[in-house]
Design a protein around this ligand. Structure first.
Ligand SMILES: [Zn+2]
Length: 228
């Protein structure tokens, strides 16, 4: 019989922390548009949220994601084979998922290609995903803006699960770190969905802003954008 998801998480927890007692565990599936998976420890209780796109995933994939999340949580090394297995599954399913999104979007929002004259936004997303997010973020539709707008440098559109970056950045005079920084900012919007706090929309929470400053060239990038 196929082991249940809680059993899988317990197994993987035992492998990562053989000496520790098993915490109480809750696993929920969520309809994330973008294959996000999260784990947090609250009052001795582990809360895991998985994208519902993983609901029908084969056992080795569920084991891989359990391992990745627990390793991340306890700051243990992530097994390369496991990481690769997860990426492979997400890669093939993302294609199907995106095809579905594209059908939904047809006639509603026109998106341009991620491949610009100088920079490929898909490649930039995947590079940042590996460097800063353990490769765990599902790639939304990446698109250059139709015109060279300076008013909005980038935005994440949750309704269409799309990141749109101003075309002014697709230029050889634009340093890679500045573009990386803009895309990194939009990726943080994926990670920190907009919450309602009272009646005020909190777009850049304190958590968001703290994480933004983790970008290694944060100051240099901010300086460059001010001059732009
Ligand atoms: Zn923002």
């Amino acid at each position: 019989m196929r082991p249940g998801i809680l059993e899988i998480f317990h197994d993987e927890h035992r492998q990562i922390r053989p000496e520790a007692a098993l915490p109480e565990l809750k696993v929920e599936f969520f309809a994330f548009a973008n294959l996000n998976n999260t784990i947090r420890l609250r009052q001795g209780r582990l809360l895991v949220r998985l994208s519902d796109l993983l609901e029908g995933a084969p056992e080795p994939v569920v084991r891989a994601i359990a391992h990745i999340l627990l390793a991340k949580m306890y700051r243990k090394p992530i097994d390369r084979g496991r990481a690769a297995r997860y990426r492979k599954y997400v890669g093939s399913h993302q294609v199907v998922h995106q095809a579905h999104l594209v059908r939904q979007m047809r006639g509603r929002k026109r998106l341009h290609s991620p491949q610009g004259r100088v920079y490929d936004l898909d490649a930039i997303f995947e590079d940042l995903n590996r460097r800063f997010f353990h490769g765990l973020m599902g790639r939304p539709r990446m698109s250059w803006s139709p015109s060279k707008t300076r008013r909005i440098l980038g935005h994440y559109d949750p309704a269409h699960n799309a990141i749109v970056i101003s075309r002014i950045f697709d230029h050889p005079a634009i340093p890679r770190y500045a573009l990386d920084y803009i895309v990194y900012h939009e990726m943080l919007h994926l990670k920190h969905p907009v919450r309602l706090r009272g009646s005020r929309r909190c777009v850049h929470s304190a958590e968001f802003q703290a994480e933004e400053k983790l970008f290694p060239e944060w100051e240099r990038a901010e300086g460059f954008l001010k001059k732009l």
